[in-house]
Design a protein around this ligand. Structure first.
Ligand SMILES: Nc1ncnc2c1ncn2[C@@H]1O[C@H](COP(=O)(O)OP(=O)(O)OP(=O)(O)O)[C@@H](O)[C@H]1O
Ligand SMILES: [Mg+2]
Length: 434
């Protein structure tokens, strides 16, 4: 900017008419650059898109190489990669080529401007309104003046790559936000664990209603079991309780307070949960266990691990509680991961417990023991347990039998068996002889 303004002042001082010609002609180069920029922009966007596709393809296939190998998919995976890669090569080549055209073209236009100044100046010198010294001075200034314009177009390629990438970042940033928590939301500090669900409806996609008019009243301290065929909406129901998704209509309240009026943080702190897929973070076992309760002492962590029957296998690991587990818990068995997740939930000592198939990967004996520990921890508190193995939920106060997003039967084990309905069929199918 300083160069442009400075040289402009000096040029105006020498001869304002030729200076004006320079000022009017130089932006021509910007038009040329903008035109080329427009031509290449599409290619740059496409290049960025392909780059993203390649990255995710590579990540997916390296992360899941067991599956790739198990189905002998290597060659097809390489083929697919080559196709993507050659498309990226083509698009990248074209984008870079078009982008690289901008600088020489602007230089060319600016050189024409320089020539025009030379001709106009020479004419003025012949007419004696400009000295030869002034002309040579002017030409130097005109050259200085166009330089910044050339430099801008020189980085046009980088600029366009950055813009195309930024476009993709903004797609994410512009995604709709979840409704913010209200500022003066009530705070539950000592949760009793009454849960009431009134006429809740919910669907992931508008066209496919899933949960319709779901109502349920849970008194504090009860053990609720949810059973039902795969895909009937058990996990969905839990997602709604935790406010991972918002209900379409109806109301869920905890201790009489609508969960939509609570802050998400306060709501989720009332729950302890162990989910279907046990996720652990890269870090030591100690750090992972402390995830929900950073103030827990080492003794408390060990006590939780003992209660979850994880202590013995942790102790056998190379560094005990300081063993680093890899991302997603790759260096642990499924059952071990689940035991760690259970210990993690136990350490938070929640008011309401959610177990979604939480013990499905653990051997039956350990499962029995862990469930005893849960029962002891949850005495007088509310818990929701999703289980396919019905033997594990027989003792629940209320068993909800779900089908296609609705509760079709409800009651305790004996009542439901006596009904001779869907639960009876489920139960007897698991214990044929019984
Ligand atoms: N994120 C999602 N987006 C769209 N549809 C979904 C999503 N998650 C689940 N669904 C659909 O909602 C239905 C209920 O899924 P849900 O996970 O609640 O089943 P589930 O009862 O927990 O089954 P499972 O016993 O296999 O865990 C399924 O038909 C599923 O296809
Ligand atoms: Mg589920």
């Amino acid at each position: 900017m300083v160069t442009i303004v400075g040289t402009l002042i000096f040029m105006l001082m020498i001869d304002w008419r030729i200076a004006l010609a320079v000022v009017i002609l130089t932006p021509l180069s910007l038009f040329v650059a903008a035109f080329i920029g427009k031509l290449s922009h599409k290619r740059f966007t496409e290049q960025q898109l392909l780059q993203g596709e390649i990255s995710s393809y590579v990540e997916e296939h390296i992360g899941n190489q067991h599956i790739v190998k198990a189905f002998s998919y290597e060659e097809r995976a390489i083929d697919d990669f080559e196709k993507l890669n050659s498309r990226l090569y083509d698009v990248g080549f074209k984008a870079q080529f078009a982008g690289a055209l901008a600088n020489p073209s602007t230089r060319f236009v600016n050189a024409m401007v320089y020539a025009a100044v030379g001709i106009l100046g020479a004419l003025a010198a012949v007419a004696n309104s400009l000295s030869v010294g002034q002309l040579s001075c002017f030409l130097t200034y005109a050259n200085q003046y166009t330089k910044p314009f050339n430099e801008v177009t020189g980085v046009l390629t980088q600029l366009q790559t950055a813009l195309a990438a930024a476009g993709r970042v903004f797609d994410v940033l512009e995604a709709e936000n979840e409704t913010p928590d209200s500022e003066n939301s009530p705070i539950i500090s000592d949760c009793k664990g009454d849960v009431s669900i009134e006429n809740v409806s919910f669907s992931y996609t508008k066209e496919k209603p899933l949960i319709k008019n779901f109502s349920l009243d849970v008194k504090s301290g009860s053990k609720i079991a949810i059973v039902g065929p795969t895909g009937c909406g058990k996990t969905t129901f839990i997602n709604l309780l935790m406010r991972f998704y918002e209900t379409d209509s109806g109301k869920i309240s905890i201790d009489g307070i609508d969960i939509k009026s609570l802050s998400r943080d306060n709501l989720r702190r009332q729950f302890g949960m162990v989910l279907q897929d046990s996720w652990l973070f890269k870090g030591t076992i100690m750090e992972n266990l402390r995830y929900g309760n950073e103030n827990a002492t080492d003794e408390e962590v060990v006590a939780a691990a003992k209660a979850a029957y994880a202590h013995s296998f942790i102790r056998k690991m190379s560094d005990g509680y300081n063993t680093v587990i890899s991302e997603g818990g790759g260096n642990l068995s499924q059952g071990q991961k689940q035991l760690l997740c259970i210990a993690r939930a136990m350490l938070t000592n929640p008011s309401i417990l959610i177990l979604d198939e939480a013990t499905s990967s653990i051997d039956t004996l350990t499962e029995k023991r862990v469930q005893k520990a849960f029962a002891k921890m949850m005495e007088g508190k509310t818990s929701f347990v999703v289980a396919h193995r019905l033997s594990t939920i027989k003792e629940s106060d209320v068993i909800l039998v779900m089908k296609d997003g609705n509760i079709i039967e409800q009651g305790n084990h004996e009542e439901l068996l006596a009904k001779n309905g869907f639960y009876y069929t489920l139960y007897t199918s698991q214990f044929a002889k019984a």
